[in-house]
Structure formats: C-alpha cells, structure tokens
Design a protein around this ligand. Structure first.
Ligand SMILES: [Zn+2]
Ligand SMILES: [Zn+2]
Length: 219
C-alpha cells in the first residue's frame, strides 16, 4: 500500500515507468504520486477508491467509481463485474457484500442496482426468486405474483379464535376435483378469499425465518 498524506489525491497519469514520485521543491513543496493504473495492484485500488468515496458506500456507487478510475484498463462487463465484487469485499470486509462472489449471490434489490451500472435497462427482479420482472414495478410490489409475495409472510386469520376455527378456515379441506360442483365451490372460495382481504379478515406478517428462494440457488 502506498503512503497517504492528508490533502493529497492519487493522480491517474499513465507513465511507462510505472510509479514516479517527484521530489519536493520550493514552488511545489508537497510530494505527489503518479501511478500507472494498469499495474496498480488490487490492494492499492481499494484505498484509491476509498479516498474518492469515503467508507461504507453501496456496491453500485463503488462500481461506478471503479469504472471511472480503472474501467479503461479492464474491458467487458464480466471482467469488470468480477473485479468490482472482489474489490468491494476488500473495501467493506465486514459487510454482507464481502460474501458476494458472483452476481447471483447479491440480493435482488442490490443486484438490480449492480446490473444497471452496466445496463441501465436491466429489469427489476422478484425479491423471492430473483427472476426478472416485466416493467418497473413499485418498490412495494417487487414480486412475480401474490404467491411469491406471501412466501415470506405468515398469513393469519383474524376471525379464528383459540377454540374455534371460523367458517372460511374450516372449509380449507375443500376438494380440488373437476366436477361441476367442485368448480363452483372453488370459484366461490376465490371470491370469498378476495373479500376476506378487503374486510381485513386476513393479516400478513413478515416471517423472520423465511429464506427467499433465490438464496437457495447460491453455490
Ligand atoms: Zn417470483
Ligand atoms: Zn379463520
């Protein structure tokens, strides 16, 4: 790691000779460092980025700064993304980000921001599956469907009591058959279920033990 002096910034002039330091003079009393960014080792890039951004920035902001400083020496999305994840782990070793070895390790919200550094049109991702979603859903509804949304929540009936299940919940074992009567019962049940939501007969609380499906695909 190179020495740092308060008030000095790394400069990015490229010289064949690599690293040159000028001696102090009367007119230019403070030393500065000229670095060939091509030969800058990873452990030197991190303090360089830290000097520019400070501590604790999000992954996407870190990547934008990386590209600004080193992007012209490392071409292509894949090598750049790989380098960013590696350096981010060194930059923020105690954060969850230090465990992100590949794109699929990044939680969906952060992953979208990460992907948009290289592709501004990268789609939103389902918070449950990490699968791309159509359009730009609101932050409150970033799921494929209600099944994905409810996967991380516990649905509770406000009508059941400790002693007695309500009429709706006691119907739970309804047949899934194909007869005409079954079809009518199933249709009624869907309508009643919608009505229960409107009437507030169902509450949903976040399940703190839930592990989203996307985490199970991690290598
Ligand atoms: Zn989903
Ligand atoms: Zn109930």
């Amino acid at each position: 790691m190179w020495p740092t002096f308060p008030g000095h910034r790394w400069t990015t002039l490229r010289l064949l000779s690599g690293i040159v330091s000028t001696s102090s003079t009367q007119t230019n009393p403070l030393p500065y460092y000229v670095i060939d960014e091509k030969s800058t080792a990873n452990h030197d890039k991190v303090p360089w980025i830290r000097q520019e951004l400070g501590d604790g920035v999000e992954l996407a902001a870190f990547c934008i700064k990386f590209i600004e400083l080193f992007g012209n020496k490392l071409h292509g999305n894949v090598p750049q993304k790989g380098a960013c994840l590696k350096l981010y782990a060194m930059y923020n070793p105690d954060s969850p980000g230090a465990t992100w070895k590949q794109e699929g390790d990044i939680p969906p919200l952060d992953r979208v921001d990460f992907q948009r550094v290289w592709d501004p049109d990268a789609p939103c991702l389902c918070l449950e599956h990490g699968k791309p979603l159509k359009g730009r859903p609101s932050i409150h509804d970033m799921y494929c469907n209600s099944k994905c949304r409810d996967a991380g929540r516990i649905v509770r009936c406000t009508q059941c009591t400790a002693d007695k299940r309500c009429g709706f919940c006691s119907m739970e074992d309804i047949t899934r058959g194909d007869s005409k009567l079954d079809k009518v019962l199933q249709k009624n049940r869907i309508q009643m279920k919608r009505m229960r939501v409107v009437l507030g007969h169902e509450t949903r609380v976040v399940d703190p033990t839930h592990e989203p499906a996307w985490t199970k695909r991690r290598m």
